[in-house]
Design a protein around this ligand. Structure first.
Ligand code: CAA
Length: 295
């Protein structure tokens, strides 16, 4: 069944090579998913060689783990490993059909990445973004071919979470959108079409919920009480553990984007802002008795 709002799948173009810009956590997880499901060459790039090497090593290591769990055969592991490479030079994307960026969540940085990509790729190559909250229309606004830009938003951990938010920006054409939906299907994700609105749909719901927990902490509720209050609902992770998985800086960024758009509905947590500014990475720590405490 065609997902609601998806264009005719006959318009989709084949994807024979994928480029991933950024080699951090989400980008590397996406590269693994693309190579595993599409079995096409996947090239990663980043701002320096060591980040690229780390990203490629992560993907190769995960392929080894799949082999260890007997999910893939030794032949397939070799084939997949050989399909993943890294390059500092975006010219490696010249023959890519689909390039997705997962770089720092900053509009200027992302616009710059897309502008550079446009110098290297074909006019119809799809430029996708995994942004959690930024406007895709604004991201595409300085391009010669904004019609090939789509939002393609995965959830962490990418290998496990079934949902994919596909975003149609103001100028996205039907062929690009149809290709995005066809890819989502090949990746075995449940794709939903969402509007190009701040934080789309899922993060808006998530931040509303996380925001209430953080506000309770800001107002003096002990960290463990606020974080564990919803345990009886059987959530796979408590809200602040989930925030640690997503990354506190990303959570703050999404929260700030939403606060700017809807100041009354999305307060920014003082504790979270202070925590991210401090440069620490763990939101909680264990005390001498083994209890979780706020850092
Ligand atoms: N990376 C990759 N794979 C992971 C993983 C990770 N961080 N964590 C778990 N997995 C894999 C495991 O390898 C395992 O795979 P196999 O079955 O193939 O062996 C599978 O997931 C289940 O793992 P576990 O049995 O160890 O763990 P679990 O049952 O406790 O589940 C979980 C772990 C799937 C992460 C679960 O806790 C969960 O669903 N948590 C909620 C995650 C969530 O809501 N994510 C959305 C975040 S919002 C976001 O990402 C949007 C944004 O823009 C900010």
């Amino acid at each position: 069944k065609r997902p609601a709002g998806a264009p005719d799948r006959g318009l989709a173009r084949p994807v024979g090579k994928v480029g991933v810009v950024g080699a951090g956590l989400m980008a590397s997880q996406m590269a693994l998913l693309f190579v595993r499901r599409l079995k096409v060459p996947v090239v990663l790039t980043d701002v320096d060689q060591s980040r690229i090497d780390n990203g490629v090593s992560y993907v190769h290591g995960e392929i080894d783990k799949l082999l260890g769990k007997k999910r893939i055969s030794p032949d397939e592991a070799n084939r997949l490993t050989a399909l993943v490479s890294g390059s500092l030079d975006k010219a490696a994307f010249a023959d890519a059909d689909f390039v997705i960026e997962a770089v720092f969540e900053n509009m200027g940085v992302k616009q710059q990445v897309f502008a550079e990509l446009e110098e290297h790729v074909r006019p119809e190559t799809i430029l996708a973004t995994n942004t959690s909250s930024l406007s895709i229309t604004e991201m595409a606004s300085k391009l010669q071919h904004p019609e090939r830009v789509v939002g393609f938003h995965f959830f962490n951990p990418v290998a496990v979470m079934p949902l994919l938010e596909i975003v149609r920006a103001e100028h996205t054409d039907d062929a690009s959108l149809a290709t995005a939906f066809a890819l989502g299907k090949q990746l075995k994700k449940s794709s939903v079409l969402v509007q190009d609105a701040p934080a789309f749909v899922v993060n808006r719901l998530l931040l509303r919920f996380l925001g209430e927990v953080l506000t309770a902490v800001d107002e003096g509720t002990p960290f463990e009480v606020a974080d564990n209050a919803l345990d009886p609902l059987g959530l796979p992770m408590s809200p602040l553990v989930l925030m640690q998985l997503v990354g506190p800086a990303i959570a703050l960024h999404v929260g700030e984007t939403l606060h700017e758009a809807f100041p009354d509905r999305f307060p920014v947590s003082d504790n979270l802002a202070r925590f991210v500014r401090s440069g620490k990475t763990a939101v909680w720590q264990w005390d001498s008795e083994g209890n979780q405490t706020v850092d």
